[in-house]
Design a binder for this molecule. Structure first.
Ligand SMILES: Nc1ncnc2c1ncn2[C@@H]1O[C@H](COP(=O)(O)OP(=O)(O)O)[C@@H](O)[C@H]1O
Ligand SMILES: O=C(O)C1=C[C@@H](OP(=O)(O)O)[C@@H](O)[C@H](O)C1
Ligand SMILES: [Mg+2]
Length: 172
């Protein structure tokens, strides 16, 4: 299959950015983390974009950055958790290995609890995260060519599973 070696999708706290970095390093390929690219273009953190420009402006930038990342991808792409809500992004993903990083609610809550930079979870982080997971689960499942559980697994073990899965997919 051409395109990215793996495009990582999943909820906030599933480990897309962390595992994306480790996977790209393991394979010796480039990583594009679309949130990092948005931050570099905007010159400010995602949380500031949400507060100062609003979610709609963030989603418009995200759509553009994701489309570019997917069009040129040959390595690993880590998406933001909400990027798959865009129809064009979902269509673009059809050309790629799409790895859904699955996480139990309790683990995701613990992981994002360590990091205050997720504007969508402001207010009541646990309730917001639960609602996001419920709404998006079918979308993540529908897009995945491979699903890898990340609960109770070190990021390097998650990388092992992804490498096995994409190698097996390519043999098919
Ligand atoms: N498999 C894992 N086990 C434990 N903690 C993890 C794991 N993957 C990521 N984390 C931690 O969870 C937090 C969120 O990870 P991150 O990669 O930013 O997730 P995402 O990009 O999916 O929102 C970070 O503090 C990270 O160190
Ligand atoms: O789920 C979402 O809608 C979002 C997830 C974040 O990325 P992570 O999934 O990497 O945390 C980031 O793109 C933004 O805060 C919106
Ligand atoms: Mg991330």
């Amino acid at each position: 299959m051409s395109g990215a070696i793996a495009v990582l999708i999943g909820s906030p706290g599933s480990g897309k950015s962390t595992v994306g970095r480790a996977l790209a390093e393991r394979l010796g390929v480039e990583l594009v983390d679309t949130d990092a690219e948005i931050e570099s273009r905007a010159g400010k953190p995602v949380s500031d974009i949400f507060v100062e420009d609003g979610e709609e402006a963030f989603r418009a930038m995200e759509r553009e950055v994701v489309a570019e990342a997917l069009a040129g991808a040959t390595g690993v792409v880590a998406l933001g958790g909400g990027s798959v809500l865009d129809e064009r992004t979902r269509a673009d993903l059809a050309a790629h290995h799409v790895v859904y990083l699955q996480v139990e609610f309790a683990d995701a809550a613990k992981r994002v609890g360590l990091d205050a930079a997720r504007p969508l979870l402001m207010g009541n982080p646990r309730a917001r995260l639960r609602a996001l997971l419920e709404e998006r689960l079918p979308v993540y499942q529908g897009l995945a060519t491979t699903t890898v559980s990340t609960s109770s697994r070190h990021p390097e073990e998650v990388v092992d599973r992804i490498v096995e899965a994409v190698t097996a997919e390519d043999r098919r």
